[in-house]
Design a protein around this ligand. Structure first.
Ligand SMILES: [Zn+2]
Ligand SMILES: [Zn+2]
Length: 241
């Protein structure tokens, strides 16, 4: 496990920009110039959040979502998964760069704060879980780390045991038949021992990167089976599919 001392140390190092490494005097971790250069998503499908360029949208919704609406209300993401966001996320996820994770999570928290000032707020925040094997190997769940920062800023409760990942799945992009893709995801998630879910009807699920929505959709279906009627899905970055 990554020690809390190491987290504290990384979070309190002199403040530098996570992109250009310039020293910053305002205590932030991202300079204005780098922030403006980040690949912010400007237009996407209002349901699945697909932000591929030239994606035809009809009343803001893509063809795939009109044909088969996803099991979440909306997927919202800050960035396209490209440079420098891809390396920033990799640093956070694979090299325990909690300073980067914190800076990105703060950007997400700000965005969610603005969104929920104008929309009903969810009752609970739920990070997409890792399998036990992956958690042991990595020492932390990056989605939970992001969710903790967001929860603090939005003053919403977190439940990390609401949904459990029963096994690792292969990236959906590596599987070529629809049968193997379905089999890959089947029962990959189940509801955990979470009294916090009692009476909850509306949650926000958070992840670092959404590639296809197939995996997170399985997670949402598990929650739907537990009576959660509305799910918003939030992530740092979205790959173009
Ligand atoms: Zn910078
Ligand atoms: Zn869509």
């Amino acid at each position: 496990m990554v020690s809390s001392w190491r987290r504290l140390l990384l979070a309190t190092l002199p403040s530098t920009c996570i992109v250009c490494a310039r020293y910053l005097t305002d205590g932030s971790n991202l300079c204005l110039e780098c922030s403006q250069e980040l690949p912010w998503i400007e237009s996407a499908c209002n349901r699945c959040g697909n932000a591929s360029l030239n994606l035809p949208l009809h009343h803001g919704v893509c063809g795939a979502c009109r044909l088969r609406p996803p099991p979440f209300r909306r997927c919202l993401s800050l960035f396209h998964y490209r440079s420098p966001v891809d390396s920033l996320v990799a640093g956070f996820k694979f090299n325990a760069r909690f300073d980067i994770g914190y800076a990105l999570a703060l950007l997400l928290a700000n965005r969610m704060h603005r969104y929920y000032a104008e929309h009903p707020r969810p009752d609970l925040l739920i990070p997409v879980p890792l399998s036990r094997a992956r958690l042991r190997e990595r020492g932390y769940n990056q989605a939970l780390e992001i969710t903790r920062v967001v929860a603090k800023h939005l003053r919403l409760p977190v439940c990390a045991t609401a949904v459990l990942r029963t096994r690792d799945t292969l990236p959906q992009s590596q599987l070529h038949s629809s049968h193997s893709r379905r089999r890959n995801l089947r029962q990959a998630f189940q509801i955990g021992p979470a009294p916090e879910l009692e009476g909850v009807r509306y949650v926000a699920v958070l992840d670092d990167v959404v590639t296809t929505t197939a995996t997170v959709s399985e997670c949402c279906r598990a929650l739907g089976g537990r009576g959660i009627a509305t799910i918003d899905l939030w992530c740092l970055a979205r790959t173009g599919h």
